[in-house]
Design a protein around this ligand. Structure first.
Ligand SMILES: [Zn+2]
Length: 154
């Protein structure tokens, strides 16, 4: 589960990026309006006549629509992006991690092989050793007496 503190952090990110997208949308709308205003300022007769009026209105409307779409899509994309990012992080920390430890678990059987190698080495060595008849201590083949108890070896 995503904690509330993390959810609020995501919410802040979404709000901030939504504002950025709103600004981008507003800039597009302003560019449309400004271009019409600039055209009128440079040439007051630019949009006179019913057709030109419609053209000016069309430019403003078009940029307004584009700006709104950009803002809306940007906001939705922001929500999708951050929630998806967080969902992926959540899956990695909650689901995959226990599976990863489960996947690591089969590896330890490799270590017992190493351990068994260590344990087989003494048994191999034991063959070259003389076991003391009194205390059971393995002694070197050439040893005359037990290194632990001093018993003469056969
Ligand atoms: Zn001994």
């Amino acid at each position: 589960m995503v904690s509330w503190s993390r959810s609020f952090m995501i919410a802040i990110k979404i709000v901030v990026f939504s504002i950025v997208w709103a600004v981008v949308g507003l800039i597009i709308i302003l560019i449309g309006s400004a271009s019409v205003i600039l055209a009128i300022l440079t040439d007051p007769t630019a949009f006179q006549g019913s057709f030109s009026n419609q053209a000016a209105f069309g430019i403003v409307l078009l940029t307004a629509i584009i700006g709104t779409i950009v803002t809306a899509l940007g906001t939705i994309a922001t929500v999708v992006k951050f929630t998806t990012d967080e969902a992926v992080k959540e899956v990695f920390t909650s689901n995959i991690a226990p599976r990863a430890t489960q996947a690591v678990a089969p590896i330890p059987p490799v270590q017992p092989v190493g351990v068994s190698n260590v344990s087989t080495t003494p048994t191999q060595v034991k063959g070259n050793y003389k076991i003391c008849p009194r205390c059971g201590t393995p002694n070197l083949q050439e040893a005359k007496f037990c290194k632990k108890c001093g018993t003469p070896l056969p």
